[in-house]
Design a protein around this ligand. Structure first.
Ligand SMILES: [Zn+2]
Length: 276
């Protein structure tokens, strides 16, 4: 399936369209195909007209099928449709579906969270040529919010720095360090600051690795690798429950590959195998 973004809605009436619908909790409506498989709801015109949608927005086309996002109250929906936690859905969905789901989530959030101007409090109006809302009183435009965050694999000889955040739902899970970029901060400086603040470790040779949109709720994860420069492990207990240096053959429980953290850990394991 190929997703093509456009704000130009189809001019001719459509018979079926994909609907990415979110409830007040931010859960996504999915269609249950069988016990293990869910898909995106594709409604015919009559069914879609009967739904009371909030802030319907055209997103583009999945192959040639139109694609919309909107808010929908929990209500009486046919049994094959169910609300699904977005984060829990992430590992189950093919990346091509995830592209449209993440986009829909952030466009829907932009309209749901900016109904009023943050400066003067007046109602904002939806732009027609881009996904944004404008307050004409203040001439302020509100775009989908994207919060950049860094994530970094710090390597010291044959070991990788992994930490368990105090908020990790799984108390056995470790991951590479991550943190939000501050105003007026270079990404590379953010890597150095976050690693030092959370673990007391200084790093050098910070290199770009890859990036990943992370719509929980609005991050863009920017991945880096870095080398140990100095310092001893001293964790910030407000952020980190425990941290340590791990060799590739003795890793704790870590995230899987669909996540950028999983990709970075996989990269570390691969580079260590090459050395053997
Ligand atoms: Zn205003």
């Amino acid at each position: 399936m190929k997703f093509v973004k456009t704000v130009n809605a189809p001019e001719t009436p459509w018979s079926r369209a994909f609907f990415l619908l979110f409830n007040e909790k931010g859960h996504l409506l999915v269609e249950k195909k069988n016990d293990t498989c869910v898909g995106l709801p594709c409604f015919d015109n009559a069914f879609a007209k009967d739904l009371t949608l909030r802030q319907e927005n055209f997103l583009g086309f999945c192959d040639s099928t139109p694609c919309y996002c909107a808010g929908l109250n929990d209500g009486n929906l046919p049994g094959q449709y169910q609300w699904h936690n977005l984060r829990a859905l992430f590992p189950q969905m093919e990346p091509e579906f995830w592209e449209v789901i993440g986009y829909a989530k952030q466009i829907n959030d932009c309209h749901a969270n900016n109904k009023f101007c943050g400066k003067c409090g007046k109602k904002t109006e939806q732009e027609t040529n881009e996904h944004a809302r404008t307050c004409h009183q203040c001439n302020l435009t509100f775009y989908p919010r994207i919060s950049p965050a860094i994530i970094t694999a710090v390597v010291k000889e044959d070991t990788l720095l992994l930490a368990r955040g105090i908020n990790f739902p799984n108390k056995k899970m470790f991951s590479v360090l991550a943190g939000f970029v501050e105003p007026q901060e270079r990404l590379e400086d953010c890597v150095k600051r976050e690693v030092f603040e959370e673990t007391g470790i200084k790093v050098k040779n910070v290199s770009y690795f890859d990036s990943q949109p992370w719509p929980f709720p609005d991050s863009l994860m920017v991945g880096f690798t870095a080398e140990y420069e100095g310092g001893r492990l001293s964790i910030d207990p407000k952020e980190i429950a425990e941290a340590g240096w791990f060799t590739a053959d003795r890793l704790p429980l870590v995230p899987g590959k669909p996540t950028l953290s999983g990709e970075l850990i996989h990269w570390f394991v691969k580079t260590q195998k090459k050395k053997d």
